[in-house]
Design a protein. Structure first.
Length: 265
């Protein structure tokens, strides 16, 4: 039984859904492997411009399924197997970040542990009113730093807030997520997927080159060693952009006061 669903839409948007609603989309090893296979497919899909990432049912993702991964058939029997489990999950976060397409996460209900990490690896997060971001590991004797949380969270909300949230393990409700910059919008749960698709459509209206390289540039310059280094990278990307057919079309459309027709060249 598949636990990951993928809908490739004609408008260049791929809807990727964690589909294990009876367990609030908690992750098993088989589910993570399936997700990584789908991400591999999307990475090379030139027709896919934006990915909307959602969870089926009332929750986004309840993190690692402890019943299976700790007490069940997938339980690690030694340190080597435990490290392999960690690397499988951590590799998923790195894989999400490497995707050329922007990712819009539509978060409703709980995003716990690895589920929180997956949401943080998206480029944009839109929250339903029921959204609750939770670092669960610190409450059960594990480090709060997992699945890239200790990397992404302080960059998104600041180190001071991240320390407090990671050390206490307290949940972040939708309203607070919006206030601290973790989510960009809050909408009714019934409108959540539509809102995410609307944001994705607004992205696909722009040049494929512009979108791809803006994403890469943003993440790269979050790690820039200096303003000069950031400016140098911007200059390189913009110089190439000025030689594209899409830039010529965009400038012409602006002068003619009409919507541009980008072709990705």
């Amino acid at each position: 039984m598949t636990c990951i669903s993928l809908e490739r839409r004609a408008d260049g948007i791929a809807l990727l859904t964690l589909n294990r609603p009876d367990a609030r989309n908690a992750l098993t090893l088989a589910m993570v492997r399936e997700l990584r296979g789908v991400l591999d497919e999307l990475a090379s899909d030139r027709d896919c411009r934006v990915i909307v990432l959602a969870g089926e049912g009332r929750g986004f993702c309840a993190g690692l399924d402890l019943k299976i991964a700790v007490f069940g058939d997938e339980a690690a029997r030694n340190t080597t197997e435990a490290m392999a489990l960690q690397e499988l999950f951590a590799g998923t976060i790195a894989q999400l970040r490497r995707l050329p397409q922007p990712i819009v996460a539509a978060v409703q209900g709980a995003a716990v542990g690895a589920g929180f990490g997956i949401a943080l690896a998206a480029d944009i997060r839109i929250a339903g009113h029921s959204a609750n971001f939770i670092i669960g590991a610190v409450k059960i004797g594990l480090s709060a730093g997992e699945c890239g949380i200790s990397y992404h969270l302080p960059r998104l909300i600041g180190a001071g807030r991240a320390f407090e949230i990671m050390l206490t393990g307290r949940p972040i409700a939708a309203e607070e997520a919006m206030a601290i910059g973790l989510a960009t919008r809050i909408v009714d749960d019934a409108r959540l997927l539509d809102a995410a698709l609307e944001t994705a459509a607004a992205i696909t209206a722009n040049s494929p080159y512009s979108v791809k390289h803006t994403k890469q540039l943003m993440w790269a310059n979050l790690e820039a060693q200096s303003l000069d280094a950031a400016l140098e990278l911007e200059n390189h990307v913009q110089t190439v952009a000025m030689l594209t057919g899409d830039f010529r079309e965009g400038a012409k459309a602006f002068a003619e006061k009409r919507p541009p027709r980008f072709r990705g060249d």
